[in-house]
Design a binder for this molecule. Sequence first.
Ligand SMILES: *Cc1c(COP(=O)(O)O)cnc(C)c1O
Length: 445
Amino acid sequence: MADSRRLTPRTDQVLAEPRIRAATGRLGERIVKAAVRDALELCRAGDLRPDDVVPAALAALPSSASSLRPVINATGIVVHTNLGRAPLSAAAVDAIAVAAGATDVELDLDTGRRGRRGRGALAALAAAVPAAEDVHVVNNGAAALALAASALATGRNIVVSRGELVEIGDGFRIPELLESVGATLREVGTTNRVSRDDYASAVDEQTAFVLKVHPSNFVVSGFTSSVGVDQLASLEVPVVCDIGSGLLARHPRLPDEPSAEASLAAGAALVTASGDKLLGGPQCGLLLGRAALVHRLRRHPLARALRVDKLTLAALEATVSGPPTPVAEALVTRPEELMRRAVAIGAAVQDVVDVCCVVSAAAVGGGGAPGVELESAAVSLDAELAAPLRLGPTPVVGRVERGRLLLDLIAVAPEADADLVAAVRRCVTAAPSPAPLAATPAQEQ
Ligand SMILES: *Cc1c(COP(=O)(O)O)cnc(C)c1O
């Protein structure tokens, strides 16, 4: 013990080491010093050789100056809320890197005057949804709905079906959101059934709009009826559709998921949606619809409080006009291809662990396409491996089902298969990692 104390390098010596100094330039002093301190602590305790202090400190450094860690999403939930919803496309990431500096987000370079903020993203959205006369972007889906209710329905009524009074997660409820901006809800129908007549008899001169909410995270089945946008559009008041997950146009694999284009074509005056669910983009809220309504929302004082930053605008434009997003790719990957990858991963780890490959039922997630099962494939391991995989240097989050840990490949980028193999091999062959270097467990959905 005394010996290892004596041989432990001094902190300033370690911090002056060229690789450690380079890391300090990249990550900042606080993070690097903490890693060095932990490694020196191990060395003093005799658990690390003096020569290994620098490599151990470097290995413990995060990949960026943010404490957010990249995770392999092997849950089989494509849009996983706890894992940050949609992973961005490479095109969107590139666009963010460009926008991070000074950009012409609100400047017209031709005239040198102020330009409309985010016009590129707005134009891309408008082009993708021809039925929308105008579009606007806010911070998230809830903000889009709050802005619509504030601008159009404060002190007035919103007519909505009882079957669509949805809690969107983490205790947030759409009816409470609408009431919080001073709108009154006129609830119609019952939990399972509502008719056009129910809506018609609730509409009066106090009605601001009829709201149709996509009950995105549950399904009502059995003796049910709901009223389509086309039928509601013949009422005297505007129809606002909260479609939730943000498909711009119909998706062949999700025939029942509403889209902005279809809702507007059916007669909706305004559509609200999230940008980071099925659209596969950054967190934002989309508002699409009639020019006069969108104009009112854009000019409302609250619009300024809900506006998005340049990074979001850049990523959104690249998402809408760039190549298919990871979410879009996941939705069309063939199950045979996923099984081929599962078999290859299984073959690469079977010498160290008991493994088999199974057909898996994946889901869209993020409150999209409730009840829809996406056929996928998974590597099936002992459930005891769930925690070590989650705590490894490349955290892997799978799904425990009937006593097995399934690593579902639908939301794993093919490029990450090698990392998955390495993570499994490491966690079954490595000794338990020392406590100071272990990560906090991820929250599971
Ligand atoms: C997800 C969702 C919301 C909330 O959108 P956020 O982007 O999470 O704020 C609102 N309505 C519906 C129907 C949703 O699915």
